[in-house]
Design a protein around this ligand. Sequence first.
Ligand code: NOJ
Length: 589
Amino acid sequence: MTSLPLRIKDAMSQQHSAAPAPHTAVATVAPRGDWWRDAVIYQVYPRSFADSNGDGMGDLEGVRSRLPYLRDLGVDAVWLSPFYASPQADAGYDVADYRAVDPMFGSLLDADALIRDAHGLGLRIIVDLVPNHSSDQHEWFKRAVAEGPGSPLRERYHFRPGKGAHGELPPNDWESIFGGPAWTRVTEPDGTPGEWYLHLFAPEQPDFNWDHPAVGDEFRSILRFWLDMGVDGFRIDVAHGLVKAPGLPDLGAHDQLKLLGNDVMPFFDQEGVHEIYRQWRTVLDEYAAKEGPEGPSSEGRWWETGGRIFVAEAWTPTIERTAHYVRPDELHQAFNFQYLSTAWDAAELREVIDRTLEAMRPVGAPATWVLSNHDVTRHATRFANPPGLGTQIRLAGDRELGLRRARAASLLMLALPGSAYVYQGEELGLPDVVDLPDEVRQDPAYFRGAGQDGFRDGCRVPIPWTREGSSYGFGSGGSWLPQPAGWAELSVEAQTGRAGSTLELYRAALRVRREQPDLGAGDGVEWLTAPAGVLAFRRGEFVCVANTTGEAVTTPAYGRLLLASGEVAETGGEAKVPADTTVWWSTAR
Ligand code: NOJ
């Protein structure tokens, strides 16, 4: 990206007077158009990664300053949660301007510098796209409300008159995912209570009406804006929610929460979403055609090789339905939430692994694997919870047990074929913060109460970089959510070079993954006979053994010990694998 398109320059000049930084760095990895098939993608939650200006809030410059850490960790790409202009009613998932960076995170120039530096270090950048809803401060929505009933802008959202004698009841019985009704009534310009609008999430997040052509046009233009900025892909927020069943029919069941994720709902996973993604795919394909075949371009701009991708956040009832999103003419990847929701149990894990691989094979998409993100309990805490509690409940639990299982689960995930997602801080073995005082919480789901416990703040606490300093090196000021005492020894500084630390385990795992051609590649595993509660599989010259039980087990020593999440003892061709431990073997001679 040596010269910026004019409209980006214009947008930048509105935010910053300085010129974009020169692109000096040199790529360190070989380009591959299909890099995403076995990529390890690291999720940065910009609020909580690194704070460059000491205001207690992470920012893009902070992320840029820590890119070498991510390069050294060994990931292939970075997915950034939203950093767009936003009133932050849902931590940035309420976007007021899709083409601007919120001043709390920096400017478009900072985004440009971040993308350039990442590419210089051989890292790809994936940005978050939020197409299901905007902020209620988005220009369209503000005008829709201000112009009153009949405004053409109301057609770009779901405005409806209410039910009841005076329109005092919501238009249907849908509930917000964050609790309470999915509808809010507006006050009309003449001061009277008026129409209602749909919001599947917070009232500050009105849902777009994707039947209106202007919405599709706008999002294809937003895609191009960020593609022209040089991003390598998009994570699509609520990818399953854009299209609603015609007529917005009542659900008729009052336990919507139990149905969520288990059933096709009139507002989720409707067939119509696929047409939108087919259209989006043509935009990416257009860029691919322009940018040429795999391999570095003549100017060495290796990232412009057509390897740009979409990844769907699609919560669907089954992995088979998730596979619909990654058909060859749609998206590239979809998060595997079935895997994320699976307990630390060999039989359940084997079933979800097999089912995932089987579901992805016919559509030719890589499987993906994920254990943590900014919406769920970190796996180092979750795996110490009693089984059956789900991904939202946070208990302090047995920290040691949780960490041991989390390390084993991470090694298992990184041994599977396909692409893996790592959430910032999991490489440090961070637990969820379960005791945040109510007055510091920011998650809207917490305040709206119902259903899910809304304690997502616990996995969003800024990460510790150093042993000392205010906010453990997160920034020179405080941190927007307080970090617990005792995080010094979990910091990057404390774990770097410490044998057996979780950080060094991740670094080693990602190094081995790069060196072992069988890891990440392919679409199948060969299961090996193993004791009850133990998973063992072969992938070419690589064997992975995961003991999910609370007891040590004896297994064959399959070859050369590559890596283990605990202390493995080898004697006479056998290996003693401790409780909750994963081992990687190489069978190469
Ligand atoms: C999914 C995002 O991951 C979550 O953080 C957000 O609250 C909802 N979508 C609504 O945008």
